[in-house]
Design a protein around this ligand. Structure first.
Ligand code: HEC
Length: 97
């Protein structure tokens, strides 16, 4: 019984840390590459083009890859495909309005 409890606890901790890690990764990329112009999901250059209330990850990923206006795009060397998804998830979850 004790062994089962320990195994469950270990599994729980492992799963929790995976989730926390994913959230942290998105936040880390955001802080490194986006927060300079988009602090707290805003936009210091064009306030109307902020990140609040976006629900479609594709919109974020497209903007990150292609850029527009005063925002340059980021290629796969700057942010990998997997990272754009983690980043988009972070933005959608964090800047809800
Ligand atoms: C050099 C400053 C700068 C950086 C760095 C930057 N952005 Fe932007 N971002 C802008 C500007 C300016 C616009 C408005 C573009 C336009 O006028 O078309 C914008 C627009 C956007 C939009 C569209 C918002 C909307 O509602 O139209 C998204 C999404 C976005 N940025 C995400 C990001 C992400 C994610 C990063 C980091 C990978 C990032 N940006 C980095 C300046 C920046």
């Amino acid at each position: 019984m004790k062994k089962v409890l320990i195994a469950t606890a270990v599994l729980g901790i492992t799963m929790m840390s995976t989730v926390v890690f994913a959230a942290d990764a998105g936040e880390a990329i955001f802080k490194a590459k986006c927060a300079g112009c988009h602090p707290k999901g805003g936009n210091i250059m064009k306030p109307t083009a902020n990140l609040k209330g976006i629900t479609d990850p594709e919109k974020i990923i497209k903007q990150v890859r292609k850029g527009s206006g005063a925002m340059r795009g980021f290629d796969a060397k700057a942010i990998s495909d997997a990272d754009t998804k983690v980043l988009a998830d972070y933005i959608i979850k964090t800047f809800k309005k």
